[in-house]
Design a protein around this ligand. Sequence first.
Ligand SMILES: Nc1ncnc2c1ncn2[C@@H]1O[C@H](COP(=O)(O)OP(=O)(O)OP(=O)(O)O)[C@@H](O)[C@H]1O
Length: 723
Amino acid sequence: MEKGKRPNAPPKKGMGGKKPTDTTDPVKNFERWKKKYDKTKTRVKQEKRQKRKPEWLVEKESIQRLVNKYNEINAQDAVKFSDFPISKNTLRGLMEAQYRQPTEIQRQTIGFALQGKDVLGAAKTGSGKTLAFLIPVLECLYRQQWTAMDGLGALIISPTRELAYQTFEMLRKVGKNHEFSAGLIIGGKDLKNESEKIHRTNIIICTPGRLLHHMDGTAAFHISDLQMLVLDEADRILDMGFADTINAIVENLPKTRQTLLFSATQTKSVKDLARLSLKDPEYVWVHEKAKFSTPATLEQNYVVCELHQKVNLLFSFIRSHLQKKVIVFFASCKEVQYLFRVFCRLRPGVPILALHGKQQQMKRVEVYNDFIKRKNAVLFATDIAARGLDFPAVNWVLQFDCPEDANTYIHRVGRTARYKEGGEALLVLLPSEEQGMLSQLQEKKVPIDRIQVNPDKLTSVQQKLEAFLAQETEQKERAQRCFVSYLRSVYLMKNKDVFDVFRLRLQEYAEMSKKKPEKETKYKEAKKVLKRHFQVNTKVVFTEEGQVVQQWPPLQRTAVPQPEEDHTPGINVEEARERLRREDQEFDKLEYRRKVKEKHREKRLKEKAARRDASKQHNEEPGEAEEVEPYIEVDSGEEFDPSTLPDPDKLHNDSEEDNQMEECGGTRKRSHSDSSSCSDEEEEEAVGSRKRPRRQAASLPLDTGLSLAEDEELVMHLLGNRS
Ligand SMILES: Nc1ncnc2c1ncn2[C@@H]1O[C@H](COP(=O)(O)OP(=O)(O)OP(=O)(O)O)[C@@H](O)[C@H]1O
């Protein structure tokens, strides 16, 4: 008997009142040992068997285990990516790229997509839509153990090259542990090289025009096994005139595919596209009930500013935000090109970059990467940068020109305040645009306040601009074209409540200011400017015999007699301005007369052709009614189609900016770039209805697509304002 123990004391109770294990009973001990031994033996046996299995079988079994869990997915409870039945390879890729927890759109989409459903997804800008479709793409191909031999498995269509490039980079990051091949098929790259590789590519990220090109012309391009189609920024794809292209592409894809369609904004055309391309889709509209349609961390304001003060406002803004990263949006390529040059010369003290649709592809990528890397810089851009681009740490978005509509506004401001970060946005409105734009923004749940700018506090760059223009005829020409291009873009805007070219105060804008300072002051100012040694870029081309070749676009020939030579030192700005004004008037009148003549001639030809057709039809039997195809209509058709308008510069066969300064600020660097003018909807791959008339326009006399009376009204208005 043990010391201190009462003989009749009850046995001590363990947890739950169980009796303590009796270690003295040999039979029970043996049974316990046997059980453990059997368990270990089975495990070891299993492991051995597993080891003997070929790798593909092990993988197949693990895939099957994942697939079995698809029906149990509970998106509401998913906190980490690992809460979804996702392959180890994808999970590792996500972790390595520092993505641990899914965002709302990812949480709500991934489950449906894994279950094989079609999804129509919408969420605010910067909310992580890219991963919401990249993860299902990777899983879809992994599930099927897709290899290079299987060819194309997934197709991701983006509206712009930059967005396609960005998605490609993201795919490379999160998909790096898989063995799929991926390719970027966008315009501006070597078509032959693409064609050679295309049949071995499993995931293609592309822009619509280029894709159609390959579908039509590359023999090795097979899409019959396609498993998944993704349409990213679908509304933008349609806005850019790619509806027919997308229709043609979708028609050629196998019906058994899965389709995911994403956009930050929903439009009627997206719904039409969804109807045609998706089967019983799941609608994932993450922020449908949100109070505002823009990120909560974004602060938004607008200012009302007269047209002729806008450049001063921009300069003053940049000067007071030198340590920030800013994107400035303009309405057309011409404006970006012209103001980029002007601001380079003004040297605001921060690097300025320019991104627009008519730069060479290499240049575009270079600018894109450059802006990503910089801590403080200003990017002048057209709407090619408005959608989807994920530049890190952008502090400000300034909209120099009013956006086409509230959706474009939302996408533009979405370049800042991305994924939980903060950001600020400033919209510059003309007095005539204020009411119409504000009511649109309110309707779209955009919280925006008006702020006042004291005009006296603005730095005027007026004098400097005048000095540049007086120094450089070419620059003056660009300014004119920028002006016309701006007016044209305003004239072509559909929403006339906001954009009314006839309410613009053009005279002030054309002259920048009516105020005439003292003559002496101007002279002094011009001398000061000269002292600062502004470099003037000129390009002179010689023939082999050493003769100077006429520049292209042709310089505006002098239409007024040359004044006698002025021997005063420096520039007589007043005199130069007056002469330029008179030249403009004369030149415009001559041009106008020529265009009207052309127009009449063209009209006569058209009428003749119509008469010929009519008589032909009369002789023919009446045919059957045209078959109606279920294609998507983007526009109502009542509206005027701006794509039928040529760019005024196409008439000049614009190849002006060979020797363009592409970046300026701290360091000045010269580089070659092709650039001609375009407004930005003119992404050069646009092969749909928008592009073709444009190409023809380059060789035809000016056809604005408007009626003769409308043409005359617009031109008379412009001339009237300038005389
Ligand atoms: N789960 C996540 N965890 C952390 N960061 C994320 C996550 N998902 C996305 N991000 C980051 O959020 C940013 C925005 O993502 P993304 O570009 O996919 O947004 P978006 O919704 O497509 O925006 P937009 O509508 O402007 O195209 C990116 O920088 C991305 O790296």
